[in-house]
Design a protein around this ligand. Structure first.
Ligand SMILES: Nc1ncnc2c1ncn2[C@@H]1O[C@H](COP(=O)(O)OP(=O)(O)OP(=O)(O)O)[C@@H](O)[C@H]1O
Length: 226
């Protein structure tokens, strides 16, 4: 997908969060890094219409997303930093099935898809578990499974490794490397992005660096040491 920010400014509660952003995002793997509060999540939420620009426009594949939110959200899966924002139903497979209802009308097909994706994540044993009994990392994986089940055109992952142990963090990295879809990853786990095509550094609502991972990460690390 081609995601374009055209002179986008975002204000919330009277504060300018993002200022006059002009961006064209088309690469298969894009990382977004920056300090806490820099504006990464806000930028990502503009892409699927969870936030609306105060000024300017966000376009996807040549069309302004304003007024096309249902269509845009069918194509873009957003995995939130806090999985509690995403998981609605009390049992894992019920929650995953709900997200699939519009795509797979037959319960048997939904269950097959769910077990396939849980298998990829090596977490089939969680299918019948109550969500309330899951650890933070397991909930993060259920959110990820929900996104993968729907095979969206674009996945936006906000801090996907924040609660994962090393084994699952590495598994996520390998899943991402094989995922056919486009992905935008917001993270403080800089090593995750080494194989990406492009990394943006956000600071105080501006894109302050935009380069290949090795260049952008080295720039950001130097800046953090200064
Ligand atoms: N509802 C809101 N009203 C006012 N300001 C907000 C609101 N939500 C977020 N902000 C502010 O917007 C700024 C950017 O927040 P955002 O969550 O986009 O940052 P981030 O780069 O994703 O941070 P982190 O790495 O800590 O997740 C922060 O200063 C935050 O306090």
């Amino acid at each position: 997908m081609l995601i374009e920010f055209k002179s986008v400014t975002l204000e919330r509660s009277g504060r300018t969060i993002l200022k006059d952003l002009n961006l064209s995002l088309v690469q298969h793997r894009i990382g977004i890094i920056g300090d806490n509060g820099a504006g990464k999540s806000s930028l990502a939420r503009l892409i699927n219409g969870l936030l609306t620009p105060s000024d300017g426009e966000v376009w996807i594949d040549g069309l302004n997303i304003a007024g096309r939110l249902t269509e845009v959200r069918q194509q873009i899966a957003f995995v939130f930093q806090n999985p509690d924002n995403q998981i609605v139903f009390p049992v894992v497979d019920e929650d995953l099935a709900f997200g699939l209802k519009a795509i797979l009308p037959h319960a048997r097909d939904r269950q097959a898809r769910i077990m396939e994706v849980l298998g990829v994540l090596d977490m089939q044993d969680l299918a019948k578990r109550p969500v309330a009994q899951l650890s933070g990392g397991q909930k993060q994986l259920v959110s990820l499974a929900g996104a993968l089940c729907r095979s969206p055109k674009l996945m936006i992952l906000d801090e996907p490794t924040a609660q994962l142990d090393l084994r699952y963090r590495n598994r996520l990295q390998s899943i991402l490397s094989e995922l056919p879809q486009q992905a935008i990853v917001l993270t403080h786990d800089l090593a995750m992005l080494e194989t990406f095509e492009r990394v943006l550094v956000i600071d105080k609502g501006h894109v302050v660096h935009d380069a290949t991972p090795s260049v952008a990460i080295a720039w950001y690390e130097r800046r953090c040491q200064a």
